[in-house]
Design a protein around this ligand. Structure first.
Ligand SMILES: Nc1ncnc2c1ncn2[C@@H]1O[C@H](COP(=O)(O)OP(=O)(O)OP(=O)(O)O)[C@@H](O)[C@H]1O
Ligand SMILES: [Mg+2]
Length: 376
């Protein structure tokens, strides 16, 4: 017997929250994960009201267990400090329930000391998102910005590897985390917070509390720009993340193949849904540069991302070649912009960084935000 999300929500509709509202309407529910009869979700509530919610958590678990076919139900209660919210129902909507209709509806508070948060995202995995994020951050650093990096890729955190970080962040006063400094970047990774053994299906619902912790309980200090390496894809976990992080804009990375471009389109569309301006599209692995003879081959019919960006009405930020040096350096924790600053590759990334900065200063988030034309 297959259990559906709808059945779970119907069962939860019979569970009242402390304020009397039915649970699905109380704006505390995360995405509901149902897998092989196992159900998992979390309730994110104001820290001051946790006690009142504990019986609700238990009642929710019981209600879900009573659905025929459910083998186990795990409901996590996560607390969120939300200043100024007196009752659970008066706090901002949980990401999934929140329907952002206009940019001014964005409710996430900014991160103290951080001027702009920029997401680097991709519709699908393996397109070079993390490599681009790291080199973009370093390019921004070279332009005189004070830059931080947040690795929010819950399915495969890669900053520890790409920046050769082996140490764990220290805690300050037992409650706050001190980010790691590398190549002039201030870095924090979700890999420091989530155990490598955590099964994939549990990760999605953990996104909210982990992200809140990384944004609010880390001593980021003063930053001009925070670059966020997002999880690939456009599912619920990614959407939740796009809503949780107070984003000023998003950069979409794609390879030139048709399939990747379809996913890139979904990525652009996702940010549009949450009213985050798309700062532009980067075509990664755009063309092949032979490491021995330097000959260029357009193995994936290069240029697809530029055309797609034009079609979607978002800026095109640049083309990064598929090159052995980028891969070797990236995977060895020696990003090309930091360790070969005079190379052509570094120049390309700095150029992209310049365009992103120009978008942030004059365009997106400002008066002349780029026009985004998308069919859903
Ligand atoms: N321009 C490039 N030239 C050569 N290799 C590249 C390039 N960009 C990325 N790579 C390599 O491709 C692999 C995937 O890159 P990366 O980890 O950045 O992708 P990702 O989109 O973040 O993947 P995931 O979805 O797993 O997070 C890595 O081995 C990386 O070194
Ligand atoms: Mg990655």
């Amino acid at each position: 017997m297959t259990v559906t999300k709808e059945q779970v929500l119907a069962a939860l509709a019979r569970v009242p929250s402390p304020g009397g509202t039915a649970l699905p309407d109380a704006r505390v529910l995360s995405d509901v994960v149902v897998s092989d009869g196992k159900v998992f979700f979390s309730l994110t509530v104001d820290a001051a009201t946790v006690k009142a919610w504990e019986p609700v958590r238990e009642a929710a678990e019981k209600a879900v267990r009573s659905i025929p076919g459910v083998q186990s139900a795990l409901v996590a209660l996560t607390a969120e400090r939300s200043p100024g919210s007196a009752t659970p129902e008066s706090r901002p909507a949980a990401p999934q329930a929140r329907q952002a209709a206009h940019p001014t509806d964005k409710v996430q508070p900014g991160i103290p000391g951080v001027d702009a948060v920029v997401a680097v995202a991709s519709g699908k995995g393996g397109v070079g998102k993390s490599t681009t994020a790291v080199n973009l951050a370093l390019g921004l650093r070279d332009l005189g910005m004070k830059v931080g990096m947040l690795d929010a890729d819950i399915y495969g955190p890669s900053l520890p590897k790409l920046l050769a970080i082996k140490e764990k962040p220290e805690t300050i006063g037992g409650t706050r985390l001190k980010p790691i400094q590398r190549y002039g970047l201030t870095v924090m990774s979700i890999g420091f917070l989530i155990d490598e053994e955590t099964p994939m299906i549990w990760r999605g619902p953990m996104v909210m509390s982990a992200i809140t912790q990384m944004l609010r309980e880390v001593e980021w200090g003063k930053l001009d720009i925070m670059v966020v390496d997002m999880p690939p894809g456009t599912g619920d976990a990614q959407l939740t993340m796009a809503q949780q992080v107070p984003l000023k804009g998003a950069v979409i990375v794609s390879t030139p193949q048709d399939l990747a471009l379809i996913d890139a389109r979904r990525g652009v569309s996702m940010f549009k849904r949450v009213n985050v301006p798309v700062l532009g599209v980067v075509e990664n692995m755009s063309y092949f540069l032979c490491p021995s003879c330097g000959t260029r081959s357009d193995i994936f019919a290069h240029g697809g991302a530029r055309n797609e960006a034009e079609r979607l009405g978002v800026p095109f930020l640049g083309e990064v070649p598929l090159h052995m040096t980028i891969r070797e350096k990236s995977d060895a924790g020696l990003p090309v912009v930091a360790t070969a600053p005079d190379s052509e590759h570094a120049r390309i990334y700095r150029d992209i960084a310049g365009k992103v900065l120009a978008q942030l200063k004059g365009g997106a988030g400002g008066k002349a935000a780029p026009k985004i034309v998308i069919e859903a």
